[in-house]
Write a protein that binds this ligand. Structure first.
Ligand SMILES: [Zn+2]
Length: 397
């Protein structure tokens, strides 16, 4: 007779955990909110609840390195739980929806309430992203309050790993270089990293990445507007040099921050993303992004393996964020977060962009592209803190 020692057991699933180079049929058990055991056969009577994941994939809880979750304050915000933990994403990084003057509300009303484990990059503009670039948050540098950002980030360092800056004609305009300088200054003071949105920029992208430090992140790296990371000859020398120095390149799909054409060029040159994120917000959650598993499916369509895309949305993202305590891994003792997924076969239309507009602020966009994929990752259920996420039962871990 076995004694009941686990809260939850997932049997017969294919465990895909790049942190342990694991891709095999295994049973996995959870107890006290943590991963308790991974074995070939764990008896069902050892757990209070058993799930059969035959034919399904079990991964660490997914981490989305770029989302917008400050609903009600930022024009971009969506509530975190319905689009993240409900879709297999147990940890998110909000990328600059709030700044020093709005962060306390974000912490109180969202971060401290959400089931999804929510972290935030503080926008170097202390207003955060209150408008959809109707007025750029850095068009007036009085908003780029370095001292305020440092103070608020230090007070909330447990959930603030760094600083966000949006560099673009509509966000920073003539203040682009100075905005990046100030973001780096604040990040240095808190020993954090900078994530830069670089798109439709008045300053050449190579000039901006040259200012960035090892561990800093370029998001929307595969966008298709104006100055791109790759031209017909391949990836730009300044981009390769930055990667060599340790600057990181994130997807940040967004409404217009991802282009199949750019991604194909980059991947053909062996330039794969360091992390795969959605930039999920109110203007793309109903398409073309939908969720993280759809974004991962686009990179599977482009030729990356299942293990490679899962790595970039689990352990790689955890490392970029500097998360300690077992995020992005199913190692025994890690936090008990997992996603149960299927890799389905069929015909699936995947879009990089829905808008037909080819011009924004005088810069030319790539035409929107739809591809017919033959495989797509889909979400089945989520485990968070060692429990199946069941919002219909009033789930609070
Ligand atoms: Zn964003």
């Amino acid at each position: 007779m076995t004694t009941t020692k686990h809260d939850l057991l997932i049997k017969n699933g294919k465990l895909v955990d790049p942190s342990q180079k694991l891709h095999a049929l295994r049973d996995i058990a959870f107890a006290d909110g943590k991963v308790a055991a991974i074995e070939q056969d764990i008896p069902s009577d050892s757990a209070l609840e058993t799930i059969d994941a035959k034919g399904q994939i079990v991964t660490p809880g997914l981490i989305d390195l770029h989302v917008h979750a400050f609903w009600g304050s930022s024009a971009y915000g969506v509530l975190p739980d319905p689009v993240n933990v409900a879709k297999g994403v147990t940890t998110i990084l909000d990328a600059g929806s709030s700044g020093a003057r709005t962060f306390p509300g974000f912490r109180h009303y969202v971060i401290d309430q959400a089931v999804t484990r929510t972290f935030a990059l503080l926008n170097i503009s202390s207003a955060g992203m209150i408008s959809e670039s109707h007025v750029g948050e850095l068009e007036d540098l009085r908003w780029a309050e370095v001292d305020k950002a440092i103070t608020v980030a230090r007070q909330n360092r447990d959930v603030v790993p760094g600083i966000k800056v949006r560099l673009g004609k509509l966000q920073s305009g003539e203040n682009t270089v100075e905005s990046l300088k100030r973001a780096i200054e604040a990040a240095e003071a808190i020993d954090g990293f900078v994530m830069s949105h670089i798109g439709a920029c008045p300053v050449p992208i190579e000039e901006l990445v040259a200012m960035m430090r090892p561990g800093d992140v370029v998001t929307h790296a595969f966008h298709g507007i104006g100055d791109r990371i790759a031209n017909l000859d391949g990836v730009l020398p300044g981009i390769l040099e930055a990667r060599e120095r340790g600057v990181l390149f994130d997807v940040g799909h967004g409404m217009g921050g991802f282009s199949f054409d750019t991604a194909e060029r980059a991947l053909a040159a062996g330039f794969v993303p360091d992390s795969i994120s959605t930039d999920l917000h109110i203007f793309n959650v109903e398409g073309p992004v939908y969720d993280l598993v759809t974004t991962l499916s686009k990179f599977i369509h482009l030729g990356m393996s299942l293990d490679d895309v899962i790595e970039r949305s689990t352990i790689s993202a955890a490392k970029i964020m500097g998360l300690k305590g077992g995020y992005g891994t199913l190692a025994v003792g890690a936090i008990g977060d997992a996603a149960i997924l299927t890799l389905d076969e069929g015909r699936f239309t995947l879009n990089d962009r829905l808008s037909q507009a080819l011009n924004i602020g005088g810069m030319t966009w790539q035409k929107p592209t739809a591809v017919e994929a033959t495989r797509k990752l889909n979400h089945v259920s989520t485990v968070i803190g060692g429990q199946v996420y069941r919002p219909w039962l009033g789930h609070r871990p």
